[in-house]
Design a protein around this ligand. Structure first.
Ligand code: BG6
Length: 521
């Protein structure tokens, strides 16, 4: 897996000079360069392109990670022209940009048009052929679908109809990059996949879950499989339970309308939580290549006990935030947000208790929670270890002792901490919990690449390791399906929580019922 192995900046076929950068400028950790190619962004005038994809591309250009034989076409319905698109892109030049991005943007083209209109795609195909001649993009194509999900099938179908699902003349690849959500339930995910597979083979499709691009999510693999001390205790004999928290302090922002159709279960649990969980709990892969890792992830997901609807009601809490205060600022309740129905039943919080039915994890409770407008932004996984079989310093001498816990802090304040008991200095033999901390920022000053930078580069270099295979998507939908069904029937009743807290009291009861407590970041 390139993320774990360093690849020389000038390795292989990517040895051409970068736009505006010399080889020694290349960040060794992002040293791979894609082969010559043209990148097409559908939805180029939209929010995702503007906030994530184009800034990531600008960073890659500035780091010297794009070859000379590279060019971009934006496609969208907005009535822009080439120069209008370029002007927008120029505003995204990163701090410290040395002009590489601006020079690249000079070659950007824009196609304004409807996705169901053939002329949109004939113009696109002409421009791409022109790129091959003008910039040596060699018939290789990457198509990024940054449109609304309802258009994924339409665009994929139109690309196939115009022969764009195959490389252009002399090319080696044509890839399709798709963003979540991958359907809204199992049936719609299968329908979407069928329409994508009508146009592209599975090995051409790169499904993005941006959590997989986060360094600290990938670090779960390093922690587990690059060390010898953790794996022996990573199982039911030592682990009492596992907690996964994806907490956000933000609300639904300007996306109330979208969120009404999603809710926390679809928006976060089916994808980000299942991805983090599968990397944390899967068996060691036989190799770090794309299918080695994805096979193990999907195996783990298949081992998650799918609750029936009744079990789902008893093991899941769904909540919605009410007005409250976060970091000293008054914030409205969910039902007061723009685009949200005044009597909305959409959940902004989910907590659940899962079980993984395999040799390693049988009987170990997995507690998961995610919510918006919580007290802090924090994503973390905690392995909470069993208490020692016998505590010689029982009673008040050990009253401040919590179970040993290894916490993987995915964001913010990325790092790992291990908390354990230590003797409090003094004449009495008192034991208290203390922590040993590894901080990414301290160990690796200089920051880490944004998830989109990493994933965009991987899609362009053809490394599918961090992308989601269709069987993973289906399996994750299988797990949440009974819960979706229960929610549709209004079960369990919606619990309300104050913005700025840690979620509904029902979620505390869920974990306390098993004699445990949430570990608040
Ligand atoms: C997105 C969800 O997938 O992830 C958003 O649609 C959520 O609702 C976001 O806010 C969280 O991502 P991050 O990287 O900020 O944790």
């Amino acid at each position: 897996m390139p993320g774990l192995a360093r690849i020389a900046p000038d390795s292989g076929a990517s040895a051409s000079a970068a736009v505006g950068a010399t080889v020694h400028d290349i960040d060794p950790d992002l040293g791979r360069r894609p082969d010559p190619l043209a990148l097409v962004i559908f939805g180029a005038s939209g929010d995702l392109a503007h906030r994530k994809i184009l800034p990531a591309l600008a960073q890659l250009a500035t780091r010297g990670s794009l070859g000379e034989e590279f060019a971009v076409v934006g496609v969208a319905r907005s009535d822009w022209d080439d120069e209008g698109f370029r002007d927008v892109c120029r505003t995204l030049a990163p701090d410290g940009s040395d002009g590489a991005w601006d020079r690249l943007v000079d070659r950007f083209r824009y196609v304004a048009g409807d996705y169901s209109d053939d002329t949109t795609f004939t113009r696109l195909a002409e421009i791409l052929d022109g790129f091959d001649t003008a910039y040596g993009t060699a018939g290789n194509r990457v198509y990024y679908l940054a449109t609304i999900p309802a258009l994924f099938g339409t665009v994929a179908g139109a690309l196939a109809k115009h022969g764009c699902n195959r490389p252009g003349s002399g090319g080696r690849f044509a890839r399709l990059v798709v963003e979540k959500p991958f359907g809204s339930d199992l049936a719609s995910a299968k329908t979407l996949d069928a329409s994508l597979h009508d146009a592209f083979r599975e090995d051409q499709i790169f499904r993005i879950d941006h959590y997989m691009g986060k360094e600290t999510v990938q670090n779960v693999l390093a922690l587990r499989f690059a060390n010898s001390i953790f794996e022996p205790i990573w199982n039911r004999r030592y682990v009492d339970h596992v907690q996964v928290t994806v907490a956000e302090s933000l609300g639904v922002e300007h996306r109330g309308g979208f969120y009404e159709t999603a809710g926390a279960l679809r928006d976060i649990v089916q994808n980000h939580v299942m991805q983090v969980l599968s990397l944390t709990l899967m068996e060691p892969p036989s190799s770090m290549d794309a299918d080695g890792i994805r096979d193990e992830k999907v195996k783990l997901l298949r081992s998650v006990l799918v609750p029936d609807t009744d079990e789902a009601v008893n093991n899941v809490v769904r909540g919605q935030y009410e007005r409250g205060t976060i970091h000293g600022e008054d914030v409205p309740g969910y039902r007061e947000e723009d685009g949200v129905a005044p009597s909305s039943q959409t959940e902004t919080y989910v907590a659940m208790h899962l079980l993984v039915d395999n040799w390693r994890w049988a009987g170990v409770p997995i507690y998961v929670r995610t919510g918006k407008r919580l007290a802090a932004r924090a994503t973390e996984v905690s392995m909470v270890f069993q208490r020692p079989p016998h505590l010689p310093f029982a009673g008040k001498l050990a009253r401040d002792l919590r179970p040993d816990t290894l916490t993987l802090r995915i964001q913010p304040d990325e790092g790992i901490s291990l908390s354990f008991g230590a003797k409090v200095p003094g004449p009495a033999f008192r034991v208290r919990t203390v922590a040993m901390d590894f901080s990414y920022a301290e160990a690796f000053p200089g920051g880490t690449a944004d998830a989109y930078e990493r994933l965009l580069l991987d899609a362009m270099t053809g490394d599918a390791t961090l992308f989601i295979r269709s069987d993973e998507v289906d399996q994750a939908w299988e797990i949440v399906a009974p819960i979706q069904e229960a929610f549709q029937e209004g079960e369990p009743p919606l619990a309300h929580y104050r913005a700025g807290g840690w979620g509904p009291v029902e979620a505390d009861r869920l974990i306390e019922g098993g004699g445990r407590q949430w570990r608040n970041p």
